[in-house]
Design a protein around this ligand. Structure first.
Ligand code: DGJ
Length: 716
C-alpha cells in the first residue's frame, strides 16, 4: 500500500499545492519545484532527485535584507528575475520603455496547466509587461524544458535588451564544478572541467551561428561526480544563433545558470501588443554521473526533438566526395566514385561542393544554384539516376546563406548581404552572408532549395555555412529594428527547413557549418544528422566525439573514414579509422580511386559489420568507459534499448613498456543474462553472464600504436 501511494503521486508530472502556492514537476528521475513568495516573487525551491510528497517542499518566503548592501532580492533564488528594484545579479529580462523607464519587477499573475505544460504568467508591478514562463515536463526522458514569452501589454513601445529563456538555480551551497564544451574550427567540443568560484563565467556565441568556440550545453556537479556516480545538473539551449549561458556564483553561495539570447548587440523592439519568444532551454538532473546526464539528453533528442521522432530511420552509410575531389566534380568522376562506394555497401551518396555556377574554387559561384553545364552537361539527372540504379540514395551539398561577390546573385542583389552602408563588407573564405532575416531573401533561398528537390527528387541536403557574420547591418529597416537580424535570421533558417520538410516528407537534412559550427538542440528539430568536425583524423576525433557525446546522441554524429596522412600528418590503420567512425553515423570520405584491394576488402567488411550494430550504436545507451583525455586506451560501449545487444569499442593510442591495456568493464548489461562475445572480425569468443562481464571486465589485447578492436555482446 505504501509503495502504490508513491507510484500514484509520482505519476503526475505537474502538481500544485494551492494552499502554499508550490508547484512540483516530476520526471522519472528528478523533481523540480518553485513557489510564490508572499511578495509575489516566483522563487525556485528544489532541483534534484525525485520527490513524491509536495508537502515536503517548503513554501517560498521573502527573506530579510542583510544590510543596505545586501537586499533580500539578492539572497533569493528567483525563477525569472527582471532587471529592476534591487536586483544586480544576472537577470532574465531587461527592458527599456519608450519613455526611458527601465524598472521591471515581475510578480506572479496567474497560471494554467495543459497536459505536461505549465504556463506561469508574471507581470510587472505596473501591469505593462508580461512574461509567460512555459515549463514542459518530459517525464520519461527525465527533462524539464523552459522558455519565456515576453509581451508588451502597454501602450508604448519597449525595447527588450535581455531576454533569457530561464534561470536555473542550483541547490544553495558552494564547491560546485562546471563542465562545458569549447573549441575552434577542426577542434570542436573539447571537454573542460573547472571549479565554480564567486563571479561569473560566460559561455556564448556572438558569431551569428551556434559556433565552434562554445557549445550551448553545461553540466554542474559537486566536484565529485564521475561518469557513473554523483549528482549532475545539466542543460542545453536550443538556439542556432547568438546565445549566452552565464554561470554565476553569488557572494551568498548561490549558483545560478542563466541562458537565452545573447545580450551582446541585442535590442528587440516590441510595439504595444507584440511579443518575443525565447529559445527553449532544456534542463535535467542525473543522480548517476555525467554518463546518465548524457543518456537522458540523448533519450530526449531521439524521442522528442528529432524531426521524425520514433519513426526516424537508422542512419544510412554515407559516402561524401569532398575530401576525394574537392571542387573537381563532374558526372564521370562522381559516377565512378559512386560505383566504388556502392560495392562497399554505401547507401547514401552525397556530392559535395563544386557542382554549381562557376564554382571551381572557393572564389566564385556561391549564390548561383544552377548546375554547372561543363561539369554536368545534362544536369544532375544522369548522375542521380546512376546513383539510384546502384541502390543508393542521392544527397547534394548546398550553402544557401552565402554568396561570393563573384556570382550572378551578388551582381543582381548586392543589397541582399548584411552590411552597414559605407562600411567594408568583410569577406571570409571569399564570401559574404546573405541577410536571411529579410523575408525576400528567405523566400529566395526556400525557392532555390525547393526547386532543386522538386526537379531532381533526391533524399538529402547537406546544408553548409562556412563563415561567421560580420557587419550585421540591415539598412532597409529602421535603426531600432536592425538588431532583430540576430533573431529573425535564425527563425527564418528554421522556417525554411520546416517548409522543405513539409513539402518533401522523405527529405533529410544535415547541418554543417565548416564542421561542427551549428550543432544544438534547436537545429536538431529540423535535421537528421550533423557534421561533427572538418577534422576527420581518427585519433583527434576520439576527443571531439567524446565531447559531442556529452550532449548529443550518436545517431546525429556524422563520422567519416578518410585517407591518411590526415590533419597533424598522422597515419592510423584503416581498421582504427573505421572503428572510430562506427561510433556515430558512419560515412566514408576517402578517395576510393586510391583504395587498394586490401582496403576495399576491409572497408566492405567494416561496412557490413556496422550495419549489424548500428541500431545499437545510433539508438542505444552510451557508456563512456575510458576517456581519451585520461587514458592511453579509449573505450565506449553502446547497449541496445532492450539490453540484449551491446558493442564495446576500444582504441589504444601508444603502448609503452610492454604494459597491458586496462581491463574494460562494460555497463548496463543484464546481470543475469548470458552474452555470446564476438570479435569485430566474426571470431566467436566465450559466453559470459552480464554480472561477470561487468564485474570482471573484458581483456582486450591492444598492442603498439593505434591498435583497435570492437567486441559484440549478443544476449542469449
Ligand atoms: C566545409 C564542410 O565542413 C566540408 O565538409 C565541405 O562540405 C566544405 N565545406 C565544402 O566547401
Amino acid at each position: 500500500m505504501f509503495l502504490s501511494a508513491v507510484a500514484v503521486v509520482s505519476a503526475q508530472s505537474i502538481q500544485y499545492d494551492a494552499s502554499r502556492k508550490v508547484w512540483l514537476l516530476n520526471t522519472r528521475v528528478s523533481s523540480y519545484a518553485m513557489g510564490i513568495a508572499p511578495d509575489g516573487e516566483l522563487q525556485h525551491l528544489y532541483w534534484g532527485g525525485p520527490l513524491w510528497r509536495i508537502e515536503d517542499v517548503p513554501a517560498a518566503k521573502t527573506r530579510d535584507d542583510i544590510s543596505s548592501f545586501d537586499p533580500h532580492e539578492m539572497l533569493e533564488a528567483e525563477e525569472f528575475p527582471g532587471w529592476g528594484g534591487k536586483r544586480f545579479y544576472e537577470t532574465a529580462l531587461k527592458v527599456t520603455r519608450a519613455d526611458g523607464n527601465r524598472d521591471l519587477v515581475l510578480h506572479y499573475e496567474s497560471h494554467k496547466t495543459d497536459g505536461d505544460t505549465l504556463s506561469i504568467t508574471l507581470k510587472d508591478i505596473n501591469n505593462d509587461i508580461e512574461a509567460v514562463l512555459e515549463y514542459r515536463v518530459f517525464a520519461d526522458a527525465g527533462i524539464v524544458s523552459r522558455r519565456a514569452i515576453i509581451r508588451n501589454k502597454s501602450n508604448q513601445a519597449i525595447t527588450v535588451e535581455s531576454a533569457q529563456s530561464a534561470t536555473w538555480n542550483l541547490p544553495p551551497g558552494d564547491g560546485y564544478r562546471l563542465t562545458y564544451l569549447s573549441g575552434r574550427w577542426a577542434a570542436e567540443t573539447q571537454v573542460n572541467r573547472e571549479p565554480i568560484h564567486e563571479g561569473m563565467k560566460v559561455l556564448e556565441s556572438r558569431l551569428g551561428h551556434t559556433g565552434h568556440n562554445f557549445n550551448p550545453w553545461f553540466a554542474i556537479d559537486k566536484g565529485e561526480a564521475n561518469e557513473e556516480h554523483g549528482s549532475v545538473w545539466f542543460g542545453a539551449l536550443a538556439w542556432s544563433g547568438n546565445w549566452r549561458i552565464s554561470v554565476e556564483q553569488t557572494p551568498y553561495k548561490q549558483v545560478r545558470v542563466t541562458g537565452g539570447f545573447n545580450t551582446f548587440d541585442f535590442a528587440y523592439p516590441l510595439k504595444p501588443g507584440e511579443q518575443l519568444e525565447t529559445p527553449v532551454f532544456y534542463g535535467g538532473y542525473a543522480a548517476n554521473g555525467f554518463g546518465e546526464a548524457s543518456r537522458l539528453l540523448h533519450g530526449l533528442e531521439l524521442s522528442s526533438i528529432e524531426p521524425h521522432g520514433s519513426a526516424a530511420r537508422v542512419r544510412p552509410v554515407l559516402y561524401n566526395s569532398w575530401e576525394a575531389t574537392e571542387f573537381d566534380v563532374n558526372e564521370a568522376g562522381q559516377t565512378a566514385l559512386a560505383q566504388k562506394a556502392a560495392k562497399l555497401g554505401v547507401e547514401l551518396f552525397v556530392m559535395d561542393d563544386g557542382w554549381f555556377g562557376k564554382r571551381n574554387t572557393d572564389h566564385a559561384g556561391l549564390g548561383d544554384w544552377v548546375v554547372n553545364p561543363q561539369k554536368f552537361p545534362t544536369g544532375l539527372g544522369g548522375l542521380i539516376k546512376s546513383v539510384n540504379a546502384l541502390g543508393m540514395d542521392f544527397g547534394l551539398w548546398v550553402e544557401p546563406e552565402m554568396v561570393n561577390p563573384d556570382s550572378d546573385l551578388y551582381r543582381a542583389h548586392p543589397d541582399w548581404v548584411m552590411n552597414f552602408p559605407g562600411r567594408p563588407r568583410s569577406e571570409l573564405r571569399n564570401q559574404l552572408v546573405l541577410n536571411m532575416a529579410r523575408d525576400d531573401v528567405k523566400e529566395h533561398i526556400f525557392e532555390v532549395l525547393d526547386k532543386l528537390v522538386t526537379t531532381y527528387t533526391f533524399r538529402y541536403f547537406k546544408w553548409d555555412m562556412n563563415r561567421i557574420f560580420s557587419e550585421p547591418g540591415w539598412p532597409e529597416v529602421s535603426a531600432d529594428a536592425q538588431r532583430e537580424l540576430w533573431v529573425k535570421y535564425v527563425w527564418n533558417y528554421y522556417e525554411i527547413m520546416d517548409r522543405l520538410r513539409k513539402n518533401h516528407p522523405e527529405l533529410e537534412i544535415e547541418s554543417c557549418s565548416g564542421g561542427g559550427g551549428r550543432i544544438d538542440l534547436g537545429v536538431l528539430r529540423y535535421v537528421d544528422e550533423v557534421w561533427t568536425s572538418d577534422n576527420t583524423e581518427a585519433f583527434d576525433r576520439l576527443q571531439i566525439q567524446e565531447g559531442f557525446s556529452q550532449a548529443y546522441a550518436a545517431k546525429f554524429m556524422s563520422a567519416w573514414v578518410t585517407d591518411v596522412p590526415n590533419t597533424n600528418g598522422r597515419s592510423t590503420p584503416l581498421r582504427y579509422r573505421f572503428l572510430v567512425a562506427m561510433q556515430g553515423a558512419l560515412g566514408v570520405g576517402s578517395n576510393l580511386n586510391k583504395f587498394t584491394d586490401g582496403d576495399t576488402k576491409l572497408a566492405t567488411q567494416m561496412v557490413a559489420l556496422y550495419k549489424r550494430i548500428r541500431e545499437t550504436v545510433q539508438f542505444g545507451s552510451l557508456y563512456r568507459l575510458l576517456s581519451p583525455r585520461t587514458n592511453d586506451t579509449t573505450a565506449n560501449e553502446y547497449v541496445s534499448k532492450d539490453g540484449k545487444e551491446a558493442v564495446v569499442f576500444a582504441f589504444r593510442h601508444s603502448q609503452q613498456y610492454n604494459t597491458e591495456p586496462p581491463t574494460i568493464h562494460p555497463q548496463g548489461l543484464e546481470p543475469r543474462g548470458v552474452y555470446q562475445l564476438e570479435l569485430w572480425d566474426g571470431t566467436l569468443l566465450e559466453k559470459s553472464s552480464g554480472a561477470y562481464l561487468m564485474e570482471n571486465g573484458i581483456h582486450v589485447n591492444l598492442r603498439g600504436d593505434f591498435d583497435s578492436t570492437a567486441v559484440l555482446l549478443h544476449g542469449q
